[in-house]
Design a protein around this ligand. Structure first.
Ligand SMILES: [Fe+2]
Ligand SMILES: [Fe+2]
Length: 310
């Protein structure tokens, strides 16, 4: 048995121990409690918006949290497809790798079902409509047109970020809604296993793909990151409309501009910068292309955000 196969075997074993059932985390018909904020301030970034009162900032926090879960469901669309492709490549090969990859795909479908239950509960309880990104298939197609190295790198980055979002930001914050924290926890538990599988798939690429292919894969990864930034900018604009409707008052142009900019910063920080500066991510990126970590760190500096992500 190869060293890689041993590691995939450990991933399967630990994934079986960590896995949870959808009905245990969010039984059908669960109602949400809107008393407390859902996301920690380090992620939601509403405190600097002094034109909003405390109730309005809490509403914006909840709008951002709803968009956050939708964004994961959104990227899971392409992650399921790419994991199935990687699994197919192992169909008559390494059985442990095949099991690890199909488990990731199955769990991502489960996460999408969890987030769909949550979306329905949010819509039922929030009181007004909040628009969220709805072109997942289109974005999945654009991401999947890039090389496997590029697609797996962005997947690795996104899955690593769930650790920061739960362990370092939400877990010890007792001001947050406990149900939302539980969702972050259960998502992170399985995502931390997925990130290990991504790393093994990237190690395979590092071992077997020619250097030129690795470098062009890394270039395409940076293209995907730029496209993700543009996608989240669309979500930021939707959030301003959702907020104005929810708080029932007209926002001035200046207020709208500032709130939209704060949402763009929050999403860039959560979904791009956090992963881009993660030491585990940078170490693997450097194995594929030794000049890439410096490029990632320069890009991260242009995004600003929360230095505690490092
Ligand atoms: Fe997921
Ligand atoms: Fe995942």
């Amino acid at each position: 048995m190869s060293e890689t196969s041993d590691s995939f075997a450990r991933c399967v074993e630990q994934s079986e121990r960590a896995a949870w059932r959808l009905d245990d985390v969010m039984p059908a018909g669960t109602r949400l409690d809107f008393t407390s904020p859902f996301l920690p301030e380090s992620l939601a970034k509403t405190a600097s918006l002094e034109m909003l009162d405390a109730r309005e900032r809490k509403i914006l926090n909840q709008i951002t949290a709803n968009a956050y879960l939708n964004a994961f469901s959104f990227v899971e669309e392409y992650i399921i497809a790419t994991m199935m492709d990687h699994a197919r490549a192992e169909l008559f090969g390494d059985k442990d790798a095949l099991r690890a990859l199909t488990r990731v795909a199955e769990e991502e479908v489960k996460h999408q079902q969890l987030f769909e239950r949550y979306r329905i509960a949010f819509e039922d309880g929030f009181g007004t409509t909040c628009r969220v990104l709805d072109n997942a298939a289109e974005v999945a197609g654009a991401i999947l047109s890039k090389s496997p190295v590029a697609v797996m790198l962005v997947t690795f980055q996104l899955e690593l970020t769930t650790q920061h979002h739960y362990v370092e930001s939400a877990r010890d914050d007792d001001t947050l809604d406990p149900f939302f924290v539980s969702l972050l926890k259960h998502h992170w538990i399985e995502e931390s296993q997925h990130a290990r599988v991504d790393a093994l798939e990237l190690e395979k690429q590092a071992a077997f793909a020619p250097n030129r292919a690795l470098e062009s894969g890394v270039d395409e990864y940076f293209e995907i990151v730029a496209e993700l930034g543009a996608t989240f900018a669309r979500q930021a604009a939707m959030d301003v409309d959702s907020l104005a409707t929810a708080i029932g008052r007209v926002l001035t142009d200046d207020e709208r501009t500032r709130i939209e900019a704060s949402r763009r910063l929050a999403y860039e920080d959560m979904f791009v910068r956090c992963g881009l500066t993660h030491p585990t991510f940078l170490a693997l990126l450097g194995r594929l292309d030794e000049s890439a970590p410096e490029r990632a760190e320069s890009l991260a500096k242009t995004l600003g955000g929360d230095p505690s992500c490092n």
